[in-house]
Design a protein around this ligand. Sequence first.
Ligand SMILES: [Zn+2]
Length: 274
Amino acid sequence: MLKKTLLSIALLINLPLNALELKGNLIQGGMVTGSIPKAQSVKLNGQAIKLGKQGLFVFGFGRDAKLSHELSWTDNKGSTHTQSFIITKRDYKIDKIEGVAKKYVSPPKSVLARTKKEAQEVRNARSVLSNRVDFLEPVYRPATGRISGVYGSQRYFNGTPKRPHFGLDIANKTGTQVYSPLPGKVVFANSDLYYSGGTLIIDHGFGITSTYIHLSEVTAKLGQEIKTGDKIAKIGATGRVTGPHLDWRLNWQQVRLDPELVMNHLSASKFTNK
Ligand SMILES: [Zn+2]
């Protein structure tokens, strides 16, 4: 069972001299949190990443991320340390989807300006780098339903190869309640984007955001503070879909992560009586 194995991978490196600790999934699509108590700055592969109190940081790996990485940091005495590590490669599924409306497979020129503008707005929302630390909280499943799509799959719409799928799809009927899987603050809410329909983005801090798309209703409001289990939206079939489902995504700024890897609670039933 690949899924079970992935979920159980948790890595802990304790280096007595440097006190580096990493937790999470060292795998393509994985999110990793860490801390280096005395660090003054931290870089992943030479790029500075956000550093919080007690040397807290988070990063993640995209679908096709290279396998070897290097973390480096400067301590309070000005010395630089480096730690190399390797992440696990994944194989992705091929998904052939038929019956997608033509206007989504080859969009008319007239919608180009709209889709470009919407893509930029979504990028901006995913670029927030707040001091929130919600990403350290347990993550619950946001809705009940059948898992109908997974992270990373290569998609063909009506036979035409398209970008890979980055979300976890949960299929259920239109109007099914969507609950917030973890705390955060709403940074984007729009009921009608061309490709993603009703779209909600929640900031969890340090560049980690989660995205909910194809919604029939976006009930959470821009700027709203969200607690775990809050009602945020309803499942729908808006945008480029062939049926009603929630497409739930996790991002580290523009890097697409696999929400299934961070989900520690596999049932949404905790919320259904609220
Ligand atoms: Zn999807």
